[in-house]
Design a protein around this ligand. Structure first.
Ligand SMILES: [Zn+2]
Length: 74
């Protein structure tokens, strides 16, 4: 009977470790998201905020769409 209880305790400990490990695996994607927020840029034409990777850079200004790039800074 004690052996069964011990197995349950060990099983629970292993399950808790796996849960903690899975939680630590789920954490990293949040950090790049914070970096994306830091790299937000403003469209020089309409003032909309977007990630720098999605923005169009032209003449020292960022634009949200090719149309706004053509229209230029407002
Ligand atoms: Zn725009």
């Amino acid at each position: 009977m004690i052996k069964i209880l011990l197995l349950i305790v060990i099983g629970f400990a292993v399950w808790a470790l796996i849960r903690a490990y899975q939680r630590s695996l789920n954490k990293p994607p949040i950090q790049p998201r914070d970096q994306v927020v830091e790299n937000m840029v403003k469209c020089a034409h309409c003032g909309v905020n977007m990630p720098r990777s999605e923005a169009i850079f032209s003449g020292g200004e960022f634009f949200c769409t090719p149309e706004h790039k053509q229209l230029g800074k407002k």
